[in-house]
Ligand binder design. Structure first.
Ligand code: 9D3
Length: 250
């Protein structure tokens, strides 16, 4: 997979792309990320990327021409003209989800356009971007950190990006529930014990306990996820136990 990023802050990306899983995925040849300076597609001596808003008002608006020139130059450099996605990172965008990350990970080529606080000329959104994505309802200074979040979420889903032991299948959200609690040695840390069942060696009881705690966590912390989850008969029994324990104080 190839990802091109267009930004006025290209230097923000290097340390993130050179770390951890992203580095491994790049070394494995699973993904290639190229970061481009938007100013490279300006045509004036001052390399202007923004201008004052039509209609007046404070602040500046990012000009359309450099974004169009960049995306048009980067579209499928080899097979002549069709990046499968041109994504504008923007606070108005659709919320990034695991489903969206999975969808993007199936594309051969994605172009990410980063705006910043002033905002981007509406014609970029309407006539250049194929999608607009936000990473959440909080205000950031620009689309650069969101672009890195998208790259991270997508890269780790590519076959060969993760080590053998870290299957993306086991992920939280993969089956719509939060993960069960995990423990490692020591069994007693400052008087806080690892649950007996995990030391018992009873695989079936351990499986049931993990499933139940996963359901409990989801119910307590993210009840919205339970609505969308596909629950088995056993899941409903376990949830009923959780409800009962909740009423009786365990
Ligand atoms: C004029 C100020 N803003 C009104 C709320 C508009 C604005 C535009 C651009 C505010 C912040 C930004 C910079 N943020 C992004 O470009 C951005 C973002 C974000 O702020 N939060 C979550 N996801 C994203 S994706 C891109």
């Amino acid at each position: 997979m190839r990802i091109d990023v267009v930004t006025t802050f290209p230097e923000m990306f290097r340390p993130v792309l050179d770390a951890s899983i992203l580095k491994r995925a790049r070394d494995a040849g699973v993904i290639s990320v190229v970061v481009h300076d938007l100013r490279g597609w300006t045509t004036d001596a001052h390399r202007t990327t923004d201008d004052s808003p039509y209609g007046g008002g404070a602040g500046m608006v990012m000009k359309p021409e450099p974004f169009f020139a960049a995306a048009e130059a980067l579209r499928c450099p080899e097979d002549g003209g069709c990046a499968e996605e041109v994504i504008l990172l923007s606070p108005q965008g659709e919320l990034l989800s695991q489903r969206m990350a999975r969808e993007l990970s199936s594309r051969k080529h994605v172009i990410l356009l980063c705006g910043h606080y002033e905002g981007v000329d509406e014609r970029v959104r309407q006539h250049l971007a194929t999608r607009e994505l936000s990473i959440g309802d909080y205000v950031l200074t620009g689309g650069e950190l969101p672009a890195m979040v998208v790259i991270d979420a997508v890269a780790r889903l590519l076959p060969g990006a993760l080590g053998a032991e870290e299957g993306a299948e086991a992920d939280s959200f993969a089956d719509g529930l939060l993960e069960y609690p995990q423990y490692t040695r020591p069994a007693d840390f400052r008087g806080w014990q690892v649950p007996d069942v995990l030391l018992s060696g009873h695989h079936e009881q351990i499986r049931r306990w993990r499933r139940k705690e996963s359901l409990r966590r989801t119910r307590d912390g993210r009840p919205d996820l339970l609505q969308g989850a596909s629950l088995t008969e056993e899941d409903r029994e376990l949830l009923a136990e959780v409800e009962r324990e909740d009423e009786t104080g365990r």
